[in-house]
Write a protein that binds this ligand. Structure first.
Ligand SMILES: *Cc1c(COP(=O)(O)O)cnc(C)c1O
Length: 429
């Protein structure tokens, strides 16, 4: 495979951009090698600067659930651009977006648009603190909630990939209010709460985790958190930046049938443009300015181009809920095929899957939290990643990331991926 242009672009990028990338995991640092510079994408396929084609299992880390350059989405964006790209004043389109989301998602009475998942989580935490008058909060090891200071403690994703334990620039004062414990460990949550009686404003979690590979909530875990939050006057925040509009029309709240108090969205909600949102129960969201005193704002929040891309994507999902069944069927087909070849090859492995999220950990023991994900043979994953890339399959460049299926993937693409997995592992083992 010729990647000369990517090699040259990466070298040039490093002269003007830290590490040559605008988000760390893109740099391939943990898997090694040169990151591929993309030129275009259509449906399920990425094309790099040298013209190589790849089957895409990242979907821009989730947003491209319908596949790349979806005709309806592209057309809507193009039409909107003629009316100007931003006003800094309210538009009817923002109401339509809010109404659409409220019609899709349980427990969302009021919703505020922002421009990223980071902003959404940061703002939801502020609202939970403002509402309860308490400062501390609980997050789970390996869950990623964006890069706001308070969340950069045992944060999974790129921090796990680069083995960053403490982040310079995050003050101890901030980090001390962030309490962490293992995902799926309800007893540890109870102990943290007992040790910090009446001090905890919120519990935030990925209801299905995707930033330490794909990790499923154990039976009763999320339900248990709901009960604890009710008993202790704690705001339960579902970070649905990954799961929202991906697991189902109503996200993890609907799929797991557990109510959150506040929910954050990102990724799919913008259809590939920068959009995030936080919303939830009326009495809590009424704290947000200008209704209440919890200040939160954004020059480009509700931007019309971003709104039309998100609105068009969500509208397609709402009107074609069969897409979720198709995606789940494709992912199950992939999982079954991977099980078959991985057992033939004879390697220790675990496949975790939920809806259209899936990942492989080369592990003998079940992977249920960050510690078990980190204990897997992630060196082998890195070799597997490169062998797959050579065969035209673009997986996330880290074992600490979920794969995201898009609905443009065909059975042939999945078969190719399954066969490439067999060949790749035979090559690298
Ligand atoms: C990606 C992600 C975020 C951060 O969103 P950005 O748009 O990258 O700021 C937050 N939470 C979860 C669960 C995510 O996967």
């Amino acid at each position: 495979m010729n990647i000369n242009k990517s090699v040259a672009l990466f070298s040039r990028a490093q002269q003007s951009i830290p590490g040559g990338v605008n988000s760390p995991v893109r740099a391939f640092k943990s898997v090694g090698g040169t990151p591929l510079f993309m030129q275009k994408a259509k449906g399920a396929y990425l094309y790099d600067a040298d013209g190589n084609q790849y089957i895409d299992y990242i979907a821009s880390w989730g947003p491209m659930i319908l596949g790349h350059a979806h005709d309806e989405v592209i057309k809507a964006i193009q039409q909107q651009t003629f009316h100007s790209t931003s006003y800094g004043a309210p538009t009817e389109l923002e109401i339509e977006m809010a109404e659409l989301i409220i019609s899709m998602c349980p427990n969302v009475d009021l919703i505020r648009m922002v421009s990223s998942g980071t902003e959404a989580c940061m703002s939801a935490l502020r609202v939970a603190r403002g509402y309860t008058g308490k400062n501390k909060f609980i997050k789970f090891e390996g869950c990623y909630h964006g890069h706001a200071d308070a969340f950069l403690v045992k944060a999974g994703s790129g921090l796990a990939t680069f083995n960053i334990q403490t982040v310079p620039g995050v003050t101890a004062g901030v980090a001390n209010d962030t309490l962490t414990c293992a995902y799926n460990d309800l007893e540890a949550v109870k102990k943290l709460i007992a040790d910090n009686k009446n001090e905890i404003a919120a519990i935030i979690l990925e209801p299905v985790a995707g930033n330490m590979g794909c990790i499923l909530p154990k039976e009763g875990f999320v339900e248990g958190l709901r009960t604890i939050c009710d008993e202790e006057n704690i705001v339960l925040i579902f970070d649905e930046v990954m799961t929202g509009f991906r697991l189902s029309v109503g996200g993890a709240q609907q799929t797991l049938n557990v109510d959150a108090d506040l929910v954050t969205y990102g990724k799919v909600i913008g259809g590939g443009l920068p959009v995030g949102a936080f919303g939830g129960k009326r009495k809590i969201m009424e704290c947000v300015a200008p209704l209440g005193n919890v200040y939160q704002a954004g020059t480009l929040s509700g931007n019309p181009i971003a709104m039309i891309a998100g609105y068009t994507t969500l509208n397609i999902l709402k009107n074609n809920p069969n897409i979720y069944q198709e995606l789940a069927d494709k992912t199950t087909y992939l999982k079954d095929g991977l099980h078959k070849v991985l057992s033939e090859v004879g390697v220790d492995y675990v496949i975790n899957q939920f809806g259209s999220m899936i990942s492989i950990h080369f592990s003998k023991q079940p992977v249920t939290d960050f510690a078990t994900a980190a204990a897997a043979n992630n060196q082998l994953f890195n070799k597997y990643f490169h062998a797959m890339l050579q065969r035209g399959i673009y997986l996330p460049p880290s074992a600490f990331e979920s794969w995201f299926l898009n609905n443009a993937l065909t059975k042939e693409d999945l078969d190719k991926t399954i066969n490439a997995t067999k060949e790749s592992l035979e090559e690298v083992l």
